[in-house]
Every structure is written in C-alpha cells, then in structure tokens.
Ligand binder design. Structure first.
Ligand SMILES: Cc1cc2nc3c(=O)[nH]c(=O)nc-3n(C[C@H](O)[C@H](O)[C@H](O)COP(=O)(O)OP(=O)(O)OC[C@H]3O[C@@H](n4cnc5c(N)ncnc54)[C@H](O)[C@@H]3O)c2cc1C
Length: 355
C-alpha cells in the first residue's frame, strides 16, 4: 500500500510529487493516463502562458524556469478587443510564452527517483476501503489494482476523484475550449483577449508561438458550440489583421470557471484535490498554473509535517484560505470585465491601459 497516490501528473500533480519525493518519508506514486515521452502526441490544449503570478510562485520556491521551454515571441501586453462595444486597449502583462509539452516534461524531470511513476495508466474506478482507497487502473489493456492511505486528485477539470468522492459539493461551471493552430510568417507580440457576448459569456484569445498562431475560445457547453466557434473566426477576420491561412491542427479541452468560492473543494476525508480539479482557476482569465503550484505546495507541506493522515488534509484545507481569498478578489473583478456596459466604461476610462 502506498502512503499517497496522486492521480494526474500535470503541473499540480508533478509539482506535488516533486516536494513529497524530496523528503523520502512517504511512499508516493503518481498515475497518469498520458505517456509524456517524446513520441507521445497527446497533450493538453493550452495557451501555454506562464503569468507573473505563476512565475512568482516558482521563484518563491527557488525554481528557475529553463530557457528551452520558452517559445518566441515573448508577449508583453494584452490587446483587449471588445468586439461587442467596438473598443480595444492594450494592457501591460509579463507572460512567459512556453511550449506546454516541454513545460510539463520539465516539471516531471524534477520528480525525485524514489517516487513511483505509472504513466499510460488510466484510473477507472475509486473505492473507499477501511484504510484508504482502492484504485482500479488500466495499462496496455491490462487491469490492475493499487491501494493507498491518502488519495490526491490532481486530475484536472474532469477529475474522477472529484466526481467520485466530492459528490455532495458544489462544482465550478464547465466550458469547452476549442483551439485552432495556423501557420504564420508574421510576428504578433501581443496576446489578444477577445470579448463578444454573441460568441461566449467567457472570452476568446489569439496568440503566436513560433511560426504558429493559436486561436481559441472558451464556449458554453450547448448545441451551439461549433456555430459559436465559427462566429468567433468570422469576427476575428473582420476585426483584426491576423492572417489565418493554413490550418495545422485543432484541439479541445474542458476548462472550469468557479462562480463562487463554495465551488472550491480541497479536502474530503482522506482525499484531497489540487490544481484545477479543486476548481481553483481564475474565473476572469482561466489562468491556472499559479494555483496548481500553490495548492500542490500547500498540500505537500501539510503531508510532510503531519504524515499521511486526515489531519494533514485538514491543515491543507486551512492553508487554502489564501487561494479562496484570491479567487474571491477575482470574482469581484468579474463584472468589470464581463458586463458589457461596465467593461465599456473601464476601457473608455483608459485606466491602466498603455498605447
Ligand atoms: C485551452 C486552455 C488554455 C489554457 N491556457 C492557460 C494558460 O495560458 N496559462 C495558465 O496559467 N493556464 C491555462 N489554462 C489552465 C491550465 O491548463 C490548467 O489550470 C492547468 O493545466 C491545471 O493543472 P493541473 O495539473 O491541475 O491539471 P491538468 O493540467 O489538467 O492535468 C491533469 C492530468 O491528470 C490526468 N488524468 C485525468 N484523469 C485521469 C485518470 N482518470 N487517470 C489517469 N490520469 C488522469 C491527465 O492526463 C492530465 O495529465 C488553460 C486551459 C485550457 C483548457
């Protein structure tokens, strides 16, 4: 039996495993359905932008981001385009533009060797036992079982841990993100954040990575999804000078958007949630990396201090007050970005915008 099993080896799971493995006091395993080797084509659809908050979270732990995960151009401002009100403004931001696949592989390379990594392995079911949990998994068409005392759900927006063990809780709203990659010969140094209520009540984006322009939109999950994405592309062509010629690939992923801090779930019995599985992601921008790193650090600190016990998870839940507070502040900012008349007022006022 493992002391701790982490389901998910994305940013939150890998970061938590790194910390837990360093101390060698707990037996830890990480399971992920993905393979993460160089040939593995499966990757998560993502903007791949490391915000200043995420950079700070890593800096505070003394972690230096390697240059080889960065891609050009580096983006220093957001071109906020309000198609509904026919306005646009530039806002300064210091993102690191990254290759998400290389970023994830780098995080995994930091996990110490004493942590057991079970990749290409999908968790199918989770059963509560007297001592903890029994997981049924599948790898190379072979089913097997594993047991643990503490179960960590780092398994993202569609978390099986959250769906199975946090059934009595409220959950964040789900959106589907669609992205398309186009070849380009131009250089766009701003990141487009696009607001248009006829497309979505969330937002859409466009950004460059090397010779590719990525366009995407977070859309309400209903029958209009494809139609709304087509409307987005038409409006993007009408309102920007982005050249969308040769389509390289398309991809999609679910993203969560909390509407209240009651939808943030961190602990239930001997199970804990970190990263997006906990619902902790910015409801204004879908920035999730900073919360993935912070929640992973809080949980690993608690487990290392109190061992593989429920008390550790209770302490983790308390530490997450800081995350709840951060999301609460973003929820207060929400109307100024997503109520068209308030957004118009903010943009016309030119507060914090630059040329
Ligand atoms: C289109 C899009 C663009 C985004 N852009 C940005 C951005 O630019 N900047 C930013 O900060 N955030 C961005 N986000 C949000 C960010 O991707 C997430 O918040 C972040 O990845 C959360 O990390 P995580 O480790 O919690 O979960 P994830 O990265 O989702 O990792 C979960 C892992 O769990 C595994 N898993 C899931 N279920 C199982 C199972 N049953 N068995 C085994 N393994 C399982 C998955 O394979 C995956 O590897 C974006 C999200 C989307 C959808």
């Amino acid at each position: 039996m493992f002391d701790v099993i982490i389901i998910g080896s994305g940013p939150s799971g890998a970061h938590c495993a790194k910390h837990l493995g360093q101390q060698k006091q707990l037996e830890v395993a990480v399971i992920d359905a993905r393979d993460f080797n160089v040939q593995d084509r499966s990757h998560k659809a993502c903007g791949g932008l490391l915000s200043s908050h995420a950079q700070k979270a890593l800096r505070q732990e003394g972690i230096i981001i390697p240059d080889d995960i960065k891609v050009e151009p580096q983006l220093n401002k957001v071109n906020t385009s309000d198609f509904s009100n026919h306005l646009h403004r530039f806002y300064p931001r210091s993102y690191i533009n990254m290759d998400r696949r290389k970023f994830e592989n780098w995080l995994i390379s930091l996990i110490p060797k004493n942590v057991t990594l079970l990749y290409s392995t999908q968790v199918l079911t989770i059963k509560k036992t007297q001592q903890g949990f029994r997981l049924e998994m599948i790898h190379n068409k072979q089913k097997s079982m594993l047991e643990c005392k503490i179960l960590i759900g780092a398994d993202g927006a569609d978390s099986i841990v959250s769906r199975t063990l946090f059934t009595q809780r409220q959950h964040a709203q789900r959106y589907v993100c669609m992205q398309e990659h186009y070849l380009t010969s131009e250089v766009q140094t701003s990141y487009y954040g696009i607001f248009d209520e006829s497309i979505t009540d969330y937002y859409s984006w466009a950004l460059q990575k090397d010779k590719t322009i990525i366009i995407g939109s977070a859309l309400c999950i209903d029958k209009q999804v494809h139609q709304n994405f087509d409307t987005f592309k038409t409006k993007l062509k009408q309102n920007t000078n982005l050249q969308l010629h040769e389509l390289k690939s398309t991809e999609g992923a679910i993203v969560l958007r909390p509407r209240s801090i009651k939808e943030l779930n961190y602990h239930c019995g001997q199970a804990a949630l970190i990263g997006e599985a906990s619902g902790t992601i910015s409801p204004t921008s879908a920035e999730g990396f900073s919360y993935a790193f912070r929640s992973a650090r809080y949980l690993s600190e608690s487990l290392l201090r109190y061992g593989a016990t429920e008390k550790a998870l209770k302490v983790y839940d308390l530490k997450c007050m800081k995350l709840r507070f951060s999301i609460a502040l973003k929820l207060m900012k929400l109307p100024f970005m997503y109520q068209p008349w308030l957004r118009k007022w903010v943009m016309l006022s030119k507060i914090t915008s630059v040329k």
